[in-house]
Structures are given as C-alpha cells and as structure tokens.
Design a protein around this ligand. Sequence first.
Ligand code: UT7
Length: 340
Amino acid sequence: MPVRHQEKDRAVVVAGVGGWVPPNVVTNDDLCARLDTSDEWIRTRTGISTRHVISPGMATSDLAVEAARRALASAGDPEIGAVVLATTTPDRLCPATAPDVAARLGLVGVPAFDISAVCAGFLYGLATAAGLIAHGTARQVLLIGADAFTTLIDAKDRSTAVIFADGAGAVVLRAGQAGELGAVGPVVLGSDGRFADLIEVPAGGSRQRSRNGSYEPGDEFFRMAGRDTFRQAVKWMSTASRHAVEAAGWRLEDIDRFAAHQANARILKAVADELAVPAGRRLSNISRVGNTGAASIPLLLAQAAEDGGLVEGHRILLTAFGGGLSWGAATLTWPRLPAA
Ligand code: UT7
C-alpha cells in the first residue's frame, strides 16, 4: 500500500464545501413499478429508500456547477487557480467536462481537467489537488465530484438500477498547515487492475472501436459483479483506512466521524465494524441519495455540515472504493467555514 509522505507541517486545507442533487426524487416503489424488486429488498440489501435523478437533457456539468457554486460561496468566494472534476459520466467522451464547468463558473483560463477513478475519484482528486497546490500551480483548487450515474445504468438491470443515482459535491482547497482546522492528512491510494472486469462499461472505448465499432446490445451500460465487488470494497476500504489513520499519526479511537463512499449500507457497516468506529460516529445519507459515485463523499460532507452532523474540529476519516479497482482513504479535521 503506497503512502505519500507530506512535507512536515504543510497541508492542503478544506476552505469550503457544497452539494447538490437534482430535484426529481425516485422512490423504491417507483422502481418496483418497472422492475422485479421490492421496497423491502432494496432497503434491507442496500439501505436505500429514495434517490435523486436528473431530468431529460441535464448532464453531469449541470450538477457540478450547482455544487461548485455552493462550495465557492461557503468558502467566501476565493480566487480559484484550478478546477478538478472527478466523474465517470462526463458530458461527452471528449473533451473533458471540467473546462466547461470552469467556464460556466467564470473561471476561463484556469487549468481544468477530469479525473477517472470511478467511485474513488474524489480521493484521487484530493491527492491531485494537493499536488497542484504543493507545486505552486494553484493557490486554491476547486475539487468537484459529480456523476449522472443513471445515464450509464441499464434501467432494466435491477442489480444496479436500484443503487446508482445522480448528484454532485465540491470542496475548495487551499494551502495551509497540518495542525490547523480543515487540514487534510496524507491521502492513501491504491488500485488492482486484475479485477477491472468487476465494474465496467464494455462499449465505447478504444478496444471496441478498434475492432469495428460495433458492440453487443447492452454493452453500452454499466455492469457490476455485485457480490465480488462487495468483498473487495470491504477489504480495501478497511485496509486503506488503517493506513491513512496511521499516516496521519492518529489512532482509530480518535475518529469522531466516519465518512465513507455511500456504496451500500451493508458495506459501510462492515467497514466501520472492522475499524471499530461506534455507530453514532458514522455519517450516512445513502437512504436519501443512493450511490452517487464520485459525488458521494463531498455530498455527504456538505449535507452533514448543513444538518449539524459535522462540527468544527471533528476528526474525520474518509474512504472510498470503486471500479478499476481503485480505492483510497484520508483524514480531515473539519474546518470553520466563512459562510457557515
Ligand atoms: O460504488 C462502488 C462499488 N459498488 C459497490 O461497492 C456495490 C457492491 N455490491 C452491492 O452493493 C451488492 O452486491 C448488491 C446490492 C449489488 C447486491 O446485493 P447482494 O446482497 O450482494 O445480492 P446478490 O448479488 O448476492 O444477489 C442475491 C439475490 C439474487 O437472487 P438469487 O440468485 O439468490 O435468486 C439476485 O438475483 O438477490 C437478487 N437481486 C435482487 N432481488 C430483488 C439482485 N438485485 C435485486 C433487486 N431486487 N434489486
């Protein structure tokens, strides 16, 4: 497990947070009307009751812009030097979606690019943003996780259609000191491409295009081998979490709030139990928003900050897992936000 050593005392600091979900709510009963499933199965096997879904014509950039505006306002509208967008559902295959998002936020001219690490994208973005700040490319970075996952899902596939949903979350990051409120600890990341087939969209990439461009019906949709993914998710989120806590010089008992990628309530319970994080310290919004991919962690932080689940000084453990396979974890002390 690679651990990045930070220069002593320097850290990237969270200066603002925001989240947004589209207004259209889909309940389990709505899904039962068109799928062979039940409210009871979905709630007990995934922990999800409702999720938010984009309206026809909307795209990931629309979600990203809304979340970004809220994060920028919460940070007191600082000058942004780079925009990083983690997503699996870019508006188009090419170009990246981040430059469009940046332009719509009035940030023409700043570096802007997408990160592709599926549900671990926000933590990969966190490490990338920290690097941009450490190397002087930007003083402040806007990091967004946004996914319109329902555009990738086969509406007839009950094993994915009940889980994945749409949303966005964003943070503003700035240079700071390791001891201050808002400081992010070393970001631990990992991958295992031997299991790339567990989570995939088979069509649309260079392998399929170089053959003859045609593909089997259904290959354009997201597929997941649920049970195997479940096992890998528990293993790697637990392992990465231990490494991140150790790299930060914390102990597991120090964790005030556990903020994991909201993949499945049973996965979250298994990881938190494995790490012995008490039930009252586990943040969760999966029952309301489902699995929102790269948006999951920043959306959870934004909603928890809003409803009082997170307060200044809380020591938070973040962890995520997704296709690739890719995973990550990091620690964070919750900041005092200018516009909170
Ligand atoms: O976000 C990043 C990565 N994603 C994850 O980490 C998600 C990982 N996986 C999961 O969350 C779970 O594996 C699922 C929610 C996808 C599935 O739950 P499970 O408890 O692992 O179920 P299963 O795949 O083992 O299937 C159990 C049964 C099967 O029926 P049989 O073969 O036992 O007759 C499925 O066909 O449940 C059936 N099933 C359903 N039944 C009703 C699968 N989906 C549904 C459904 N409604 N929506």
